[in-house]
Structure formats: C-alpha cells, structure tokens
Design a protein around this ligand. Structure first.
Ligand SMILES: O=C(O)CCC(=O)C(=O)O
Ligand SMILES: [Fe+2]
Length: 506
C-alpha cells in the first residue's frame, strides 16, 4: 500500500525508559507507555515495502478517529470482543498479554476477533522469539510466524497460511505502532542540514576550531583510504565472518541470519547490530579501517585490556538507528559511514531534546517509543526554539564528530554499515574523570564491569604513563576560568548598570 495515506490519528505519545547514556548493549526490551498529545498533520507516505501482507494483522487496524467520522455509525470490534479486559487501555492490555506464555497467548487469540487482533501484536511475539531462540531464528516475515514456524518444528501444515482479515478494529495505539513501522521519513525531516562540513583541515585546526569548542562537525575526505570502503560488500563480510556471531540487541546472531532478518523486516524498532568485539572476532575487519588522524590521542588505551568498550561496528536496515542518548562516560565519538546514509539530529548538552525526560540523577531517560515516533510528535516542536538542533544526512565516506555531552538521535535512511569509536583526548580528560567519580558511578558508568573503580584505575594509569598530565590540565583549566572571570568583570565594570549606557572605568 505505498503512496499518500490519510488517517484521523490523534498523535499519541508512547514512551519508554532506558539508560541515559547509550550503553550499546541492550539487556532487556523496554515496554512502551502511552499518553495523548496535541493533534498534528495526519497525512503520511507509506514505504513501497509497507506490509499489507497476508501475514500482517497490524495493517487492518484503524485509528479511532476513523470510527467517529464513519458515514454510518458503527461499533468498535474492540469493545465487543475483549470481555473483562475491555476497560484496560491498549498499552496496559498489551503489558498484561506480555505476561502470558506463548501457548496461552495463542489460545487467547482464538477467543474472539478482538483478541485475535490484539494477540497478534508482533512485538509480543518478538519477545518470545528472542527469549526462547536467542539469535538462532529464521525470520519468516513477522515475529508471530517466525515463532509458530520454529515451534511447529518445520512442519509447514501447522503454520497458518495467512492472517484472518478482520475489519472494524479501531485503536490509536496499535495503528500508530503499525504506522511508525511502515511510513517513509518525511521530506521536511530530512531537508534541514546545518552542520559545519570541513575537508582537509589540519589536526591543529580540528583541535582549536572543533574539539576545544566542543562543536559537532561533519568531516569529508578523511577516510578515503580505508580499504573497508571498497571491500565491505555483504558477500565479503559474510565470507570473513562465517560462523562468527555479533551482538544484535539482546541476542547474538550470525551475519547471514541478521541480513535475512533485515531484508524481510518491517518493524518500528528494528534490531540493530552493534558489536564492540568485532575486531577481536574478525581481525580482517579491524585491519580494513584506521582511526582518522584527528582522533589518534586515545587516553583510555592506557588501561589496556581493562579499558571500557570503545569501538563498534554498526549494521542496520532502513529505519533502524539510535534514539536520543548521550554517549558513555562523557566521551566524544566519531562515526564513519562505510555503506548507506544516516540522518543525525544533535542538541548541545544544556538543551534536552523535546519529548526526552532524563531522571534527576541522570541514570535514566524517558523518551518516545521509537525514532519515527519522535519525528512524528516532536521534530516540529523545536522549529521555533532559539537553540535549534544541528542536523545532517551523513553518507558513505563521511565522518560525524559527536562532541561529549551532546544529545543525538540517528536513523538509517537505507541499509547502513558504520564504524564508531569513543575516545578521550586531553581536551576532555577532566570531563571524563569528573564523570567517572560521580556518586552514582555504579549506575552511570558503562562499557566495563568494574564501574566504581574505573576512576581510580584510570587516574593511576594516566599518572604512570603521562606523569603530571592531570595536574597540568587542571592548572590550565583554572587559568582559563580565571581569565574568563576577569574578562567578564571587566565588561561588568565597563557597563554602567544605572544608565544602561556604556563607560570605561580604568
Ligand atoms: O546508530 C548510529 O550510527 C549512531 C551510533 C551512536 O550514536 C553511538 O554509537 O553512540
Ligand atoms: Fe552515540
């Protein structure tokens, strides 16, 4: 069902909680929560691959607004068929169904048409597949059919040939979930590109003009020599990584299984391959790239084997990505695209993105259920803000520098392969040390098992390898702060507060 699509959906804000600092491992899947919001533009373009397939039940659900505006009065199938569960809002209803074992959910789905629709909500089946099969699943077009195929032990006659065509079920929650999985990114979400692009700058320029002021930048031409750019076709990666498993959300998968999933999936938050040990598992991958010249000072390397995770290969289909987060341990990062393209949205540390709510201690963040949901409900909110986000589309061969503390969201616009590394240079060493010694370091620090002792270990190792560096940086920071204060007080005394005028008072 590609093309323009109109519906009467009152935009719904479904939320979930996660760690504020992206930890790059996903211990468990989060359950969404919902709230009603103000109305927005109801027209959407569906992807050409939008699943109106015989296996997809989500596409039969309509938003509640359609029920109220129907030419002839009609009833919502939901009301008649849920029995005692009827008063529950959809998110709670799904939470309750999520407590059932797969067999009971399947049995429940035979009780009424309404329960058939709700029990077919694919994220419920995704949880069963990932819990029971880990990454050893063969994706069969939907999580429900994947589970049934695996549970029926490959006996095709047990697999339902298609889903029942049930009409008359109205639910904003289920509709929005389906819509976010199937709609195209809108042109207006992609058009704004205000990042500074630099090509061929020297390391000194990078430090003075980008790293010191802690500003995002897109670097062109600095990975042109990477063998990965030429070599990393699917075939090559499959060949060099045969039999190896990579971290994909909460499970591990071989690349061939992951690609089969990525080719057939149409879901709101596709599983994302994000692996910190790729270069240890597949040394060829480590040899096919090198750290761009700007990021070679890597002070965490003094910790040797005990350094926190710092490099990842990232692979995902269109629609996969990283929802708003701040990078771990107050590090900065670079993200280089080898194949595909990514849309970036970044906010400076002092501006929390709309729709994102960090907890007071900074350990958790509540944000929209998915990246698409953020674009639908919040992208427009910052149009009138004084501090608008830095945005860009980054393409193969380009590198985004993510300064420490900046919030960022990234969505793959096509299947993409990237390498990212987080690093500490002397420009952000003091920040990182401050972060590591926060009172709730045991919750905030990530990428290592020994979270609480990382600060002392790191200080000790820096002192041993770079004696006096920390003191020197502290001294320089004090001098800079004093100079800033002096400058500020000069202008205070220069301005005549009473007259609002200006005078020099030497
Ligand atoms: O999905 C991506 O490429 C962004 C990755 C990212 O932000 C991160 O690794 O912290
Ligand atoms: Fe990040």
């Amino acid at each position: 069902m590609p093309g323009a699509f109109h519906s009467l959906l009152l935009p719904l804000q479904r939320k979930r909680k996660s760690k504020r600092h992206r930890s790059r491992n996903h211990p468990k899947e989060n359950k969404p929560k919902n709230h009603l919001a103000a109305a927005g533009d109801p027209s959407f373009h569906l992807k050409s691959s939008a699943s109106a397939s015989s296996r997809d039940i989500g596409c039969l659900v309509q938003p509640l607004g359609n029920l109220f505006l129907a030419a002839t009065p009609r009833a919502n199938l939901r009301d008649a068929g849920l029995g005692a569960l009827r008063p529950l809002p959809d998110d709670l209803l799904l939470d309750v169904l999520g407590l059932l074992p797969a067999r009971d959910l399947a049995a429940l789905s035979a009780a009424s048409k309404a329960l058939y629709v709700v029990a077919a909500h694919d994220p419920l089946w995704r949880a069963f597949v990932l819990d029971e099969l880990g990454g050893a699943f063969d994706f069969a077009g939907s999580w429900r059919t994947t589970y049934i195929a695996a549970a029926s032990g490959g006996q095709p006659h047990l697999i339902p040939p298609r889903a029942l065509k049930i009409r008359g079920f109205y639910s904003d929650y289920l509709f929005q979930s389906w819509l976010c999985a199937n709609m195209e990114m809108r042109h207006e979400w992609l058009a704004r590109d205000n990042i500074e692009r630099r090509r061929g700058i020297s390391v000194e320029q990078f430090i003075a003009e980008v790293e010191e002021p802690n500003r995002p930048v897109l670097l062109e031409g600095c990975i042109d020599g990477w063998p990965a750019l030429q070599k990393w076709s699917r075939e090559y990666l499959l060949e060099i990584s045969a039999g190896k498993e990579f971290a994909v959300g909460p499970v591990s998968m071989t690349l061939d299984r992951y690609f089969r999933y990525a080719d057939n999936v149409q879901e709101e938050r596709p599983l994302y391959l994000f692996d910190a040990k790729f270069a240890e598992k597949v040394p060829e991958m480590g040899r096919d790239y090198e750290v761009p010249v700007y990021f070679r000072e890597d002070l965490f390397s003094v910790l040797g084997e005990e350094r926190p995770d710092y490099r990842w290969v990232i692979i995902g289909p269109a629609g996969s990505g990283s929802s708003f987060h701040v990078d771990p341990n107050s590090t900065s990062a670079w993200n280089a695209i080898i194949k595909g393209s990514k849309k970036w949205v970044m906010f400076p540390p002092e501006v929390v993105p709309p729709g994102v709510h960090p907890s007071a201690d900074g350990a958790e963040v509540t944000s929209p259920v998915s990246i698409m949901e953020w674009f639908m409900n919040f992208y427009g909110a910052c149009k009138t803000w004084e501090k608008r986000p830095i945005e860009c589309v980054c393409r193969a061969g380009e590198v985004v520098f993510v300064p420490n503390g900046w919030w960022h969201l990234v969505i793959n616009l096509e299947e993409s392969i990237a390498i990212t590394q987080n690093y500490v240079s002397r420009r952000n060493l003091l920040n990182v040390l401050d972060f590591l010694k926060k009172p709730n370091a045991s919750e905030l620090v990530s990428g290592t098992k020994d979270r609480v002792n990382l600060h002392d270990k790191f200080c000790g190792a820096i002192e041993a390898t770079h004696p006096g560096m920390i003191n020197q940086l502290q001294l320089e920071a004090q001098q800079k702060a004093a100079a800033r204060k002096k400058q500020a007080s000069f202008w205070d005394s220069a301005a005549d507060a009473k007259s609002g005028g200006f005078k020099f008072s030497f």
